[in-house]
Ligand binder design. Structure first.
Ligand code: URA
Ligand code: SF4
Length: 337
């Protein structure tokens, strides 16, 4: 490996470990995960990778037939040298770009060609969401990773020209997505803030940096998971999007979730929950309880990271919610010390 790439790899790895530790210091869950032997999947030159930062991920349900081991090939706007090669290489992942695409208007609608519905995967070993009929948007898919990326790129082009609600008037960039369209885990926020509007990428401001720490604490890299918002254009002064705006934008989100078809959705804050499942209940009551998106995809509501910036003591509750998600996904959960 070239020296530059190795240096970048070490820098990224250090950043990931630092974020992981920062989060645990903040939440009071100090220390590293239980000291098991490093996984055989860990690259030989990184033998001390904590268990929860390993590249290995549990297989999806057999019903999910699309998972293809493919090398990561990010389309991201991030520089090519950026990937965390050390533990990224083995995963069947690629990142989609969040780059704004202003002029490009989709010429074809994004198709939802799901052959048949996927059976509900009830979370194991955690309180199961109420079983319900599978949603039309969440069926088994034979999409390859490239197909998913292609469909999401078409979607992003379509969104870039969208004028379905008044929020279009104040935007600099539409903000559609970042991360891995093949991810088992999707995080959904409310809508772009100032820095997201400027960059065209979700969760890049202070709340995004905290979200990245939460993701690292769960044992993922920020690019391992798929991240998007309820509305794709920034509301003026960061106000909460109105119900009509959420409704106007919701087909895009439904399409995204249909394409990515994650095993779990984490809804960040009350607005995200409202935009996903329609409930207007307070997040304090909702958080920590499994819901179902369109009757098919387990959804965990938790506090928005922007709230955590104002109310750091709530990190404890968020960590508890994220641990439920990790347990459901079969990932190791660091012990509290
Ligand atoms: N808050 C959100 O809900 N989404 C973002 O993308 C950034 C901040
Ligand atoms: Fe279109 Fe959504 Fe932007 Fe409204 S918020 S203009 S519906 S992309």
């Amino acid at each position: 490996m070239e020296a530059d790439a190795l240096r970048q790899e070490l820098a990224d790895l250090t950043a990931a470990v630092r974020a992981f530790l920062d989060w645990h210091v903040m939440t009071g869950t100090t220390g590293l995960p239980p000291g098991e032997a490093p996984s055989s999947a860990a690259p030989a030159h990184l033998p001390h990778l904590p268990a929860s930062l390993e590249p290995e991920r549990p297989p999806r349900s057999p019903a999910a037939t699309y998972e293809e081991p493919k090398p990561a090939r990010p389309l991201s706007a991030a520089p090519a040298a950026a990937p965390v090669a050390a533990y990224e290489a083995p995963r069947p992942a690629g990142s989609v770009t969040a780059a704004p695409m202003h002029a490009a208007q989709a010429t074809e609608p994004v198709r939802q060609d799901r052959p048949s519905p996927r059976p509900v995967e009830a979370p194991r070993a955690v309180a199961a969401p109420v079983a319900a009929a599978p949603a039309p948007t969440a069926g088994p898919t034979t999409d390859t990773l490239d197909e998913r990326r292609a469909r999401l790129t078409v979607l992003a082009s379509e969104v870039a020209g969208c004028q379905r609600c008044d929020l279009h008037a104040g935007r600099t960039h539409t903000v559609v997505q970042r991360g891995n369209p093949n991810s088992e885990l999707v995080f959904i926020g409310e809508g772009p803030g100032m820095e997201e509007d400027r960059s065209g990428e979700p969760f890049v401001g202070p709340a995004g940096q905290l979200l990245d720490k939460m993701i690292a604490a769960m044992g993922y890299h920020r690019d391992d998971v798929y991240i998007c918002n309820i509305v794709k254009c920034r509301p003026p002064n960061n106000r909460k999007p109105e119900a009509a705006e959420m409704a106007a934008c919701s087909p895009y989100l439904a399409t995204q979730l249909g394409i990515v078809n994650p095993r779990v959705i984490v809804a960040l804050g009350a607005t995200a929950v409202q935009g996903l499942i329609g409930t207007t209940e307070g997040i304090t009551r909702l958080r920590g309880t499994w819901k179902l998106y369109k009757g098919a995809i387990p959804l965990m509501p938790t506090f928005h990271p922007a709230y955590l910036l104002r109310q750091p003591s709530a990190k404890r509750e968020v960590w508890s919610d994220l641990k439920m998600v990790m347990t459901f996904l079969g990932r190791s959960v660091p012990e509290r010390h």
